[in-house]
Design a protein around this ligand. Sequence first.
Ligand code: UDP
Ligand code: MG
Length: 320
Amino acid sequence: MPLTGRLKRLENKQVFISYIVPAYNEEPVIAAFLKALNAQAQQLSQQYEIIVVDDASKDQTYQAVLSFTDTYPVKLLRFSRNFGKEIALSAGLQHASGEVVVLIDGDFQHPMEVIPQFLKHWAEGYDMVYGVRKSRGDESRIKRSFARFFYRLMERITNVSIPPNAGDFRLLDRCVVDSLNQIDERSRFMKGLYAWVGYSSMAVPFDVQERAAGQSSWSFIRLVELAITGITSFSEIPLRFWGVIGFAISLISFIYALCIIGETLFFGAKTPGFATLIVAIMFLGGIQLLSIGILGEYIGRIFNEVKQRPLYIISKKIGF
Ligand code: UDP
Ligand code: MG
């Protein structure tokens, strides 16, 4: 597609834009959010759709969104249970028909004023434009240092390059969406998948806004889980690591055995060494359990994949 085509259609407001909004317990904000997003969307294009994926909210989010489906180009998917944000986004992507897809949280934390910049870069020829948060000042110190450690680790042990502090606030061209839709994995780490599909990308810095109301549904444990999913679905290094450790330990014990044989031959047998023995047994036992645990982490994921269950179940579908 010629680039001038993109720019021309953007200026003529002819680009069909799909907005995907995952929503879980967003009743206090979702109505105001949809009004604001709709106003913004109207300015950017004559053709657009807003797809809200209600991740089985326990509050009245569904009813709140439903009241918009007649008057606004709002479409609604409701999951049969909570499947999590990553899967909600995947469902949105599979149902979007736009030429350009914008992923945005339904809690005002992603400033929609940035979307025109996303589109500008898209018109310049980038297929993926992602928001990068300028600061993580809103988060606790421990969460921040954990995030930093995680991005460093991912950079080292995987061969996808995940830009730090880039989240799900992004614009995707149709070609990227089609590629993402081909990915059939059950354990979904979207940040990794965006990087994995490739395409030319561009970063746009933005300030994360305060949550307008409600609360973040990401507990620390959930973040750790997400991090483990990220590592195990993009790297085999944790598996190989134990092979290297095993080899090193075997080598050391072989050398040590030679030393003991030599010592016994030249100086005779010595019986003491109880403490060494216990330490060695416990050390090896610990390492073995740890490595079995890591194996289990991968096997659990393989199990999950081979079951071939659908990624999500939609209980209600409005507007499609
Ligand atoms: N969300 C979701 N399913 C979940 C948790 C969250 O669809 O199980 C949505 C939520 O409604 C919001 C977005 O994902 O639109 C980000 O969630 P949240 O604001 O809780 O996370 P944070 O902004 O703290 O990362
Ligand atoms: Mg949020």
